[in-house]
Design a binder for this molecule. Structure first.
Ligand SMILES: *Cc1c(COP(=O)(O)O)cnc(C)c1O
Length: 375
């Protein structure tokens, strides 16, 4: 059996090695390391793939979120609602910009931000909602967009975990990240579309916002050496862009491989009454399984984690502590009873190996080891 890994980046690389190696050498030969033609080419390929007017590449997914919020002109004191159950980057940039993060509970059925909780958290100071398509699963964007319209709020989709995912909205199918005012993603190596270092991008259909953001990523310059706004330096480099350009045509195939592996896990693990598997939709691509996360409901989650590790099966807890209980984001306004779902999830979730190279032999070993322990 191939060695088990949370993510098998090497196995994936081996299948495209010749193409990638040549493209990387070509960039080095050209010495156009920054803003080389590959960056523009990848940007255009991604615009076409996502069916979005503007893609603005940047240095990473955290920058992408920060720059999106800067581009929207959010001001200190503006309240931004997001989920209590996400990677810290989402809330970190809100706090960094001196905006006021308002964390809310999520929905037990899909682990995404709770629409009811958003409704309750809206105040006259609320300016934006940041839904996160957690683990690759689409948030109910029709509901989020309806609330945003009703209360005149911006929507920033944190799509770091769900690039390539599709949402079937009331107006038809749309790629995740292109539904709100602005969307962001990360090309961190282990993400569904990962490069070989750091990278990120911002998406929007709004011409004016795209123009503003293009200046912000480049030191606030709209004309060389004229700095109209305070910006940042955030670039996708040419080596990463050329790798992403090669990988993009494989993204749908990569996501299909993840969905197939997820289906295999769920068919076999879902029969155990103490294991809650993610709901899998076989009619659309609303879940692209950045992570495959199950819930263990009989109090044996921590024991299972140790057991799997002792059997050389890598696994992880995303996320062990909800954000409202993290020291950096404590706030007197938060009441524990408002976070019953995220508190429960942090005790029950466990992520299993999930990537594009999993085979049945590996999955059977993982599944049997779990079922033998959770009986
Ligand atoms: C990975 C991730 C980010 C940050 O991306 P980086 O490229 O690592 O900065 C932001 N939000 C979510 C939900 C993520 O999973």
């Amino acid at each position: 059996m191939r060695k088990l890994q949370m993510v098998d980046l090497k196995g994936q690389y081996e299948k495209i090695k010749d193409q990638v190696d040549k493209a990387v050498i070509d960039v080095i030969d050209s010495t156009a390391f920054i803003n080389g033609p590959e960056v523009k080419q990848f940007q255009e390929d991604l615009e076409k793939y996502l069916d979005v007017k503007h893609v603005i590449p940047c240095a990473n997914g955290t920058d992408a979120l920060q720059i999106a919020m800067m581009g929207l002109g959010l001001k200190p004191g503006d309240e931004v609602i997001t989920t209590d159950f996400t990677f810290a980057a989402t809330v970190e940039v809100i706090a960094l910009l001196n905006l006021t993060p308002v964390l809310v509970d999520c929905d037990i059925n899909n682990m995404n931000i709770s629409i009811e909780a958003i409704k309750k958290a809206i105040t006259p100071k609320t300016k934006a909602i940041v839904p996160v398509h957690l683990f690759g699963r689409a948030v109910d964007m029709d509901a989020v967009m309806a609330l945003a319209e009703e209360h005149n709020l911006y929507v920033i989709e944190d799509n770091a975990q769900a690039v390539g995912g599709v949402y079937t909205s009331k107006d038809g199918k749309k790629k995740l990240g292109t539904i709100g005012d602005v969307g962001t993603t990360s090309f961190f190596p282990s993400k569904n579309l990962g490069c070989y270092g750091d990278g990120g991008a911002i998406f929007t259909n709004n011409d004016e916002l795209a123009h503003t953001i293009r200046g912000i990523v480049n030191h606030g310059m709209y004309e060389r050496y004229h700095h109209d706004v305070v910006g940042v330096n955030s670039r996708l480099d040419s080596v990463q862009a050329t790798i992403l350009k090669i990988k993009l045509p494989h993204l749908d195939g990569y996501n299909k491989a993840r969905q197939k592996a997820a289906m295999y896990y769920s068919d076999k693990l879902g029969v155990n009454e103490n294991i809650i598997v993610p709901v899998i939709c076989d009619t659309c691509d609303c879940h692209v399984f950045h992570q495959y996360v199950i819930r263990i409901t009989n109090g044996k989650r921590d024991g299972l984690l140790e057991h799997l590790q002792s059997k050389q099966i890598p696994c992880a807890i995303y996320y062990p502590i909800p954000l409202h209980r993290q020291k950096a984001y404590l706030d007197d306004r938060y009441k524990e009873e408002d976070f019953s779902v995220t508190n429960q999830l942090s005790d029950e979730v466990i992520a299993l190996p999930m990537h594009t190279e999993l085979d049945a032999e590996q999955q059977d070993y993982i599944i049997n080891t779990i079922l033998n322990y959770i009986n």
